[in-house]
Structures are given as C-alpha cells and as structure tokens.
Design a protein around this ligand. Structure first.
Ligand SMILES: NC(=O)c1ccc[n+]([C@@H]2O[C@H](COP(=O)([O-])OP(=O)(O)OC[C@H]3O[C@@H](n4cnc5c(N)ncnc54)[C@H](OP(=O)(O)O)[C@@H]3O)[C@@H](O)[C@H]2O)c1
Length: 263
C-alpha cells in the first residue's frame, strides 16, 4: 500500500530510543523528512545518524526536554525553520515514575503534568497553525494501555494520560474542518528500555527477578509476548499517512489483546 508519506515533514518527540525511535524510523522508511528530539544529545545524534545510514534520508536531531514548555515549543519552531512546515506531529516522552498515591508529592504531580500533558499541548500549539494553513495535519499522541485499563502503581501515568486522551478527543473535533486528524495510540507492554527498568523496580519491590515479572506480564497478554517497538510504530505510521484520511478522535490500543474491555 502506498502511504503517501513521501516528503511529508514529521516531528517525533522522545525519539532517541524505544517507541519514538521506531516511529521515526518507520516514517523515514516511507520517505518522510523527520525531526527527532530527546534530552541527551549524544544518543539523539547517534540515532539520527543510524536512521540516515539505513535509509539515506536526512534526519534532524534537536536537543529538547519537552517537559519544559519553552523547549517543547522550540523543538517545533526549529524543525519548522529547517523544513519549512510540519505535517505530522507525534507527541511522546518518557513516562512519569511509578508510585502509589501516598508515595506521590505535589512536586511529582507537577513534574508529571508537564512531562505528560503540557509537553503535548506545547508542541501542538506550535504545530497547528502550519497544519491549518496547509489544510493537512496529523497529530498522534503516544499514551498507554493504562488509559483503558489502569496499571497498578502507575498512579501518575494512569491519571495524566487520561487527560491526554480527553485533550486529543476534544481537539479532534476542533481542528477537523482544516483536515487535521488527531488520534491517541495506546501501547501495551512493549520491549523497550523503560519496560526493562519498570520490571527491575517491580522485581526489587516483590523480592524476585525481572524474568519473573516479564513472565507474569506475558501470561496476561493473549498473544503471550510483549510487543516490539516496530509493532507499535506500524500503527502510528498508518495513522500519519494519507490512507488514514477518515480516522480521527480515536483512542487505539496495540496490546496483543491485553485490554479486556469491549470499547
Ligand atoms: N514501553 C512500553 O511498554 C510502554 C507502554 C505504554 C506506554 N509507554 C510510554 O511510551 C513512552 C515512550 O516509552 P519507551 O518505552 O519508548 O521509553 P524509553 O525507551 O525510555 O524512551 C524514551 C525516549 O524519550 C526521550 N525522553 C524522555 N524524557 C524526555 C523529555 N522530557 N523530553 C524529550 N525527550 C524525552 C528519551 O531520551 P532522553 O532520555 O535522552 O530524553 C528516549 O528517547 C513513555 O511515556 C512510556 O511511558 C511505554
């Protein structure tokens, strides 16, 4: 299927590794011009070079911490200054730390609010005027299966990602007339650095080994395994494409059947 992504300008936040990197690679494979950001410059530049060397297409690395409003906005501004516009915005970042409610503090909630919700809003405020002008845009918010089925101890993540999907659903309505499509993607357990750290933390807490934690997760997933980052990226690339032209306001899980609800 021709996805119609050639020469589209795509911005992927939190993309030096994990899901963001797989998404950037997937979009670049389809011929999009991609800008990526992360906080650590070295790995970010290595990732950009890695994608360039695989595909021969230019990838623009921009160092930015999207939990800081100015930096999130600058990521978009710098990419637009370089490429001229933005067609596709994928909002993504690291996840807030695991904690039970009584372990959290007001400061932790504030940090998580900026990392998870405000980061997406800031990037969108910058990107939407360009999308409106060209009457074409795709905003894809990376959230988590936890918006459909909250995950134990991820109090901050479960709560603030719910705000993100509330935002995307409402925004989809507001910008549809300018052919800007807004969707949320909810990954289930996916084999990335973050999940390995989560497994280690849980193993420590339960006085067991990481492999036991993975086994426990796998038993809850009908497909019996965690996803690869590419399996999540495949949906994002499709949603970013011309072929997804009638899909907006959706909150779609990619979770191997983990979520047991009907809708
Ligand atoms: N993996 C899963 O199973 C899973 C499932 C559901 C949801 N998620 C969520 O999806 C997101 C990505 O997960 P992942 O597994 O790909 O994580 P990851 O492997 O830890 O990668 C996170 C990426 O985001 C960057 N990043 C982190 N904080 C940032 C910030 N403040 N500003 C800019 N870039 C930032 C990191 O680079 P730097 O450290 O250099 O900034 C890295 O490139 C997270 O929010 C996670 O909670 C993951």
């Amino acid at each position: 299927m021709e996805l119609g992504l050639r020469d589209k300008i795509a911005l992927v936040a939190g993309a030096s590794k994990g899901l963001g990197k797989a998404i950037a690679l997937g979009l670049a494979k389809e011929g999009a011009k991609v800008a990526i950001c992360a906080r650590h410059k070295d790995l970010l530049e290595t990732t950009a070079h890695e994608i360039e060397s695989i595909l021969g297409s230019e990838v623009l690395p921009i160092k930015a911490d999207v939990s800081i409003s100015k930096e999130a906005r600058k990521f978009v501004q710098k990419a637009v200054n370089y490429w001229g516009t933005v067609h596709i915005l994928v909002t993504n970042a690291g996840g807030p730390p695991p904690a039970y409610f009584e372990e959290t503090t007001e400061q932790m909630w504030e940090q998580a609010f900026h990392l998870t919700l405000m980061s997406a809003l800031n990037m969108a405020w910058e990107a939407i005027p360009y999308m409106r002008k060209q009457k074409w845009g795709r905003i894809i918010a990376m959230t988590s299966i936890s918006v459909k089925q909250p995950i134990g101890r991820l109090m901050l993540s479960n709560s603030l990602r719910a705000a993100v999907v509330g935002w995307t659903k409402t925004l989809a309505d507001e910008v549809a007339k300018d052919n800007i499509l807004v969707n949320s993607v909810c990954p289930g357990y996916t084999l990335t650095q973050r999940v390995k750290v989560l497994a280690q933390n849980l193993a420590q807490e339960k006085n067991t080994q990481s492999k036991e934690i993975f086994k426990n997760w796998e038993e809850k997933i009908p497909l019996g395994r965690l996803a690869s980052p590419e399996e999540i990226a495949n949906l994002v690339v499709f949603l970013a494409s011309e072929r997804a032209s009638y899909l907006t306001g959706n909150i779609i899980q990619v979770d191997g059947g983990y979520y047991r609800g009907l809708t």
